[in-house]
Design a protein around this ligand. Structure first.
Ligand code: GLU
Length: 303
């Protein structure tokens, strides 16, 4: 199969779909991104890295970061994590307040904002500098020492982060945060504002396709933990459209409101696609479409 030709075709076909979506604007710094950008990268287990379009351009990874923070917390905390956060699809918007109140401050899963705040809180307790630990990991796994926070996006998130602050304060009131709310929010906003390219992200997530083994051959996760993260990505990784994503793409995936989507091809590699125009759930329209076409044409889904 000519994978390069396939990625080029997917990039060429993307424009039509991007025009149907809208760039996230609730974080003002994200609204300035050109909706016509499109990149796709494939990192394979054999060490190949292919891409098309804007696959080397850094973008705001936003919630894609949550797949990595889950891995870092699970590696340190094991099953104890699940006392503080669930692992069921939320069926609600990623920043819902009402569900958190019904469920007494235990977020439905680690990928909605409340759950990701718990991950940041745990990583602060377990590793000290949550953002620094995540950034160092991403630099090592991607092989790109330049991976860093976009300060403008982080400041914009902090200035408009009232909902995230409300979620964090509510969880603190329920006793589900160990660190001061302001510290948790600061690390969370900077984590979401990390800028990486499709190439960086695809390479950085290879451990999820490789049963938990890192790029240097050391083990981050047991096979079972790696399986579990992929399972949570499949069921909860693409907001309240995870069922539709599984139906169409058939891969564990994690999306972010910057327009990036990471998709794991177990034992084969990792795909990352970026197109900033989103659907109503917060998933990249052209990104989901490209992944759907990729698995349809290659047959490389988990089903
Ligand atoms: N920083 C964003 C927020 O907290 C992340 C949202 C996302 O990508 O899902 O709203």
């Amino acid at each position: 199969m000519d994978l390069q030709a396939l990625l080029d075709d997917l990039a060429a076909e993307s424009a039509l779909f991007a025009a149907q979506g809208r760039v996230a604007d609730y974080i003002p710094a994200l609204a300035a991104v050109d909706p016509a950008r499109f990149g796709i990268a494939l990192a394979t287990m054999e060490g190949r890295l292919l891409g098309s379009g804007d696959w080397q351009a850094p973008f705001s990874i936003q919630s894609v970061s949550k797949a990595f923070s889950l891995a870092l917390v699970l590696a340190r905390d094991g099953e104890a994590l699940w006392r503080r956060v669930g692992r069921e699809p939320s069926g609600n918007p990623f920043n819902s307040l009402v569900q958190l109140e019904y469920e007494k401050g235990i977020p439905r899963n680690p990928f909605i904002n409340a759950g990701a705040l718990v991950l940041v809180d745990r990583l602060l307790s377990l590793a000290g500098d949550a953002l620094g630990t995540l950034r160092a990991f991403l630099r090592e796994e991607s092989g790109n020492p330049e991976v860093d926070v976009d300060g403008e996006v982080a400041a914009s998130e902090a200035a408009h982060g009232h909902r995230n602050a409300a979620l964090a304060h509510f969880m603190a009131s329920c006793g589900n945060l160990e660190n001061p709310v302001e510290v948790v929010l600061d690390h969370y906003f900077r984590q979401c504002a990390l800028a990486m390219s499709c190439a960086d992200l695809a390479r950085a997530a290879l451990f999820l396709a490789n049963h938990g083994l890192r790029a240097d051959g050391s083990r981050l996760l047991t096979r079972s933990e790696s399986k579990r993260i992929n399972a949570v990505m499949l069921t909860c990784g693409t907001y309240d459209a995870a069922g539709d994503f599984a139906y169409r793409v058939g891969l564990p995936g994690k999306s972010g409101v910057g327009g990036g989507i990471l998709a794991v091809l177990p034992e084969r590699g990792v795909l990352c696609v970026w197109s900033p125009a989103l659907d109503a759930h917060g998933n990249s329209i052209a990104g989901v479409e490209a992944l759907d076409r990729f698995t349809t044409r290659t047959g490389w889904s988990v089903f």
